[in-house]
Write a protein that binds this ligand. Structure first.
Ligand SMILES: Cc1cc2nc3c(=O)[nH]c(=O)nc-3n(C[C@H](O)[C@H](O)[C@H](O)COP(=O)(O)OP(=O)(O)OC[C@H]3O[C@@H](n4cnc5c(N)ncnc54)[C@H](O)[C@@H]3O)c2cc1C
Length: 418
């Protein structure tokens, strides 16, 4: 299958395209399998992406990890040209028009990238910064921001978290005050993935003094406006090839038509965005966990201690078998949740459960496997140590384990309602 040179991969493979993708990206075409099926359509999509990963990304990952940043414009252009930044986006804006389950298949395949940082940044570009824009944005706004984001011509970021507000999104302090036909923005954002390279931000800001769940709005903010300062690139434990910025806004003026949907609905839109972010995050850890288990099997099979392969100790092979079982259980929960989501159901509880388990399991698998590598596991030469660092973020980013537990408790009606 041709990938480049002849235009978009999606155009070259019309059989893979669905109908337009309204709402949650539910395609009007037939469903050809389970939530994330093992059908030719899913397989072709994954195979095409795998070629790009093997040729354009993996050979450079070590270098980019060392440099502390990957070239987002270059990588996104390649992925955009091939259609992978808009799998579940409407065809009229350059997407493939497939349903969200195909996005999940793509996320699983991205797990073959030999670090966590690049899949995370792709996730922000293809998913986290754009669902609200796709669903609620005006046609003009979609043409200005969504089309080039899907094409990979620009880099997008998501500005929700602040220095004083992470888990408690409602407590953000950044303000966008309406003055005539503009918003004037003051405040700052923290932990912004791709923030040092981004061309625009999906910004959550307070647009009125009202109650914290009804006073927020999402705004498409070009990052080249006067008053936007990238304060620093944050030095991190893991996800090193993904740049993470702290950003300040000082009297930044943006046209009020850059508002996504209705003023005051930003918190609700953001919570909806989180659903897809969480499911996507779960999908991206499955493949790395399998790879780590597989590489640990290979290493412990050839490494002899006390005259026998480490793997031949029952405590070792039983543990690896158990971890592999847990990964499969997580995959089943993910697929079930995605199937329900694509059908239009509220999956907040199941998505939170899957995200919680993914965070816990990511830590468990990487910790257990690293131990079996002995001193080698403590070096930067092996993948297991990189994922030991990178995948810890699953328990933090997009909502911590404790936030997932709080949501699950709420849905199980364990606590008095406020
Ligand atoms: C590498 C990286 C990339 C990121 N990318 C982005 C991005 O692109 N855009 C963006 O907006 N944000 C981003 N984030 C921010 C991320 O979403 C937040 O870090 C996360 O929401 C947690 O917020 P916090 O760091 O302020 O932790 P806090 O809210 O300060 O929480 C700290 C700890 O307190 C405990 N805690 C919190 N709430 C409860 C509770 N209810 N019960 C019990 N304990 C609790 C938990 O142990 C939690 O880990 C990123 C973060 C990182 C590290």
């Amino acid at each position: 299958m041709a990938l480049r040179g002849g235009g978009r991969w999606a155009r070259l493979a019309p059989a893979l395209r669905g109908g337009s993708a309204p709402g949650r990206g539910v395609s009007s075409g037939r469903r050809d399998g389970g939530a994330v099926g093992d059908t030719p359509r899913y397989r072709d999509l994954r195979a095409a992406l795998r070629k790009i990963i093997d040729k354009e990304i993996n050979p450079f990952v070590d270098k980019w990890e060392e440099e502390g940043q990957f070239p987002a414009h270059k990588v996104f252009k390649i992925l955009g040209q091939a259609g992978f930044l808009g799998v579940d986006k409407p065809t009229e804006y350059g997407g493939m028009g497939l349903d969200f389950s195909y996005n999940i298949a793509v996320a699983e395949e991205l797990g073959n990238i030999r670090c966590g940082g690049i899949p995370m940044a792709i996730g922000v570009q293809a998913g986290m910064a754009t669902p609200a824009l796709t669903r609620f944005g005006s046609d003009e706004l979609k043409k200005q921001f969504l089309v080039p984001t899907i094409a990979g011509d620009v880099v997008a970021c998501l500005g929700v978290s602040e220095a004083g507000a992470g888990s408690d999104v409602a407590s953000i302090k950044t303000k966008a005050v309406r003055k005539g036909d503009e918003y004037v923005i003051n405040g700052g954002k923290m932990w912004t993935t791709s923030g040092c390279q981004a061309d625009w931000m999906c910004l959550l800001a307070n647009t009125s003094e009202g109650p914290p769940h009804r006073n927020k709005s999402l705004i498409c903010l070009p990052m080249n406006l006067p008053g936007i300062h990238i304060a620093k690139k944050i030095d991190k434990l893991g996800m090193r090839s993904s740049d993470t910025a702290q950003i300040f806004f000082e009297d930044v003026r943006v046209p009020s038509k850059n508002l996504i949907g209705e003023e005051g609905k930003g918190f609700t839109y953001q919570m909806l965005q989180f659903q897809e972010e969480r499911l996507w995050g779960v999908a991206t850890v499955l493949t790395p966990l399998e790879i780590i288990i597989r590489e640990t099997i290979d290493y412990t099979r050839q490494r002899k201690v006390f005259d026998q392969p480490i793997l031949h100790n029952q405590v070792v092979h039983f543990r690896l078998a158990e971890l592999a079982t847990d990964v499969e259980l997580l995959r089943s929960l993910l697929y079930r949740t995605v199937a329900l989501y694509v059908e239009g159901n509220d999956v907040t509880k199941l998505a939170s459960m899957a995200k919680l388990k993914a965070g816990r399991l990511a830590r468990e698998v990487t910790d257990s496997c690293l131990q079996f590598w002995g001193g080698m596991g403590f070096t930067s030469e092996v993948l297991v140590s990189r994922f030991y660092r990178d995948l810890r973020l699953m328990s933090i980013g997009g909502g911590t384990d404790e936030i997932m537990l709080s949501i699950i408790c709420k849905y199980m009606e364990m606590l008095p309602s406020k």
